[in-house]
Write a protein that binds this ligand. Structure first.
Ligand code: ASP
Ligand code: MG
Length: 403
């Protein structure tokens, strides 16, 4: 078997843990498998580097940030390779560039465009363990790019796809995907299997085990993903095609995203094209908009409310300001004290009443719902942040997920 093993920041958090990872890789190798490893930076390292940059500038160039941040992953890749070689396992460390990862030009949020796996395959053929620095690639111009926070998951999945690996194991500090965050609801249960689409909702909704783009890519490339802990031998959760899951539960999990901000635009000029202009400018500024609500106001204007990630708020404000200045928006307000709770499950495709039960549960707990959105497999509600945990626990109870 060819296995891609990705180790996240906590798994390589200190030198002892890097040794621990080396032992695990060596064990997989000893079982007769070929292994390509992808690593994150040591935990806290990326934030530390960002802090260094902020010491000098509030708004450092994104190209410089990529040079800086990509170094974190290179440190771990090199150390792990050194450790493996010392143990008598021939290993080689590679930067994203050497691993053949080509991205677009968007610094700090680059997308992988192609991977030429020949350098990796050559080393694997020679019996070596390849250790790739995650989170990075190179653009056409030869500049280093990074893939956005948490991007080394994406590196791992893309590499697994390019290598046609049999399995892509993502090692973190948790044993798998749970019905909800066990720190909030101790009765949360580990799922044995989950479909790409459910995981996608859980990940993009803030269940931070896997980065959402990595799940999207796994789905597209049909990569069988397993998330598991590097600190135990417990089986993890398999993320796979819906067809591979026999028993489909009505609801698989409750996700919480605290990292949301709500933007309210009041007195927006009510004319054809205005929404297109606002949201196109936001897209140009690389702001990801999530929920959108538009209401007609009493006068000739409309109100538009939408949510973005807190990290995109500054960029979003800049865009909104230009419309306020031109008079097309009368007033704007921002609220960071909100969160989004979501009920997710492929089973709801064929069952009515899932949303009604979610609303009823909020009502029972006196929680006001600010915004609602639904899809085939989820019901999301924006509520005040202070009710986040109560909402998660009562929904977990309501759908009997502890069973
Ligand atoms: N080190 C990067 C980050 O913290 C990438 C990763 O860990 O996946 O976002
Ligand atoms: Mg990470």
């Amino acid at each position: 078997m060819l296995v891609v093993q990705k180790f996240g920041g906590t798994s390589v958090g200190d030198l002892e843990r890097i040794q621990n990872v080396a032992n695990r890789v060596a064990k997989t190798k000893a079982q007769g498998h070929d292994v390509v490893v992808v690593v994150s930076a040591m935990s806290g390292e990326t934030n530390k580097l960002i802090g260094y940059a902020e010491h000098f500038s509030k708004n450092p160039s994104r190209a410089e940030m990529d040079m800086l941040l990509s170094s974190g992953e290179r440190v771990t890749a090199s150390l792990l390779s050194i450790a493996l070689n010392e143990m008598g396992h021939s290993a080689v460390a590679m930067s994203g560039r050497k691993a053949g990862i080509v991205t677009d030009k968007i610094h700090t949020k680059a997308r992988i465009e192609s991977i030429d796996p020949s350098a990796m395959l050559q080393e694997v053929k020679e019996g070596k363990v390849v250790v790739v620095a995650g989170f990075q690639g190179v653009n056409e111009e030869g500049d280093v790019t990074t893939l956005g926070r948490g991007g080394s998951d994406l590196s791992a999945v893309a590499i697994a796809g390019a290598l046609k690996a049999d399995l892509c194991e993502i090692y973190t500090d948790v044993t798998g995907i749970f019905t909800t965050d066990p720190r909030i609801e101790p009765k949360a249960k580990k799922l044995e299997k989950i479909s790409y689409d459910e995981m996608l909702e859980l990940a993009s909704l803030g269940a931070k085990v896997l980065q959402n783009r990595s799940v999207e890519m796994a789905k597209k490339l049909n990569v069988n993903l397993v998330t598991r802990s590097s600190f135990s031998d417990e089986e993890g959760t398999l993320i796979t095609k819906e067809e591979n899951i026999m028993e489909k539960p009505l609801v698989s999990g409750i996700a919480l995203d605290r990292n949301q901000a709500r933007i309210s635009l009041l007195g927006v000029a009510d004319r054809p094209g205005i929404a297109s202009e606002i949201f196109n400018k936001l897209a140009d500024a690389e702001v990801n908009v999530d929920m959108i609500i538009q209401n007609k106001a009493v006068d000739d204007t409309t109100n538009i409310d939408f949510t973005v990630a807190v990290s995109d708020l500054t960029d979003a404000k800049k865009v909104v300001d230009t419309f306020v200045q031109s008079g097309e928006i009368k007033a704007d307000s921002y609220n960071e004290d909100i969160c989004k709770v979501s009920v997710v499950g492929v089973g709801m495709k064929s069952h009515a009443g899932v949303a009604a039960k979610a609303f009823y549960t909020m009502a029972q707990n006196n929680i006001n719902i600010n915004m609602i959105s639904t899809s085939e497999i989820k019901v999301s509600m924006v509520i005040d942040e202070k009710y986040a945990e109560l909402a998660v626990r009562s929904l977990h109870d309501a759908y009997e997920l502890e069973k």
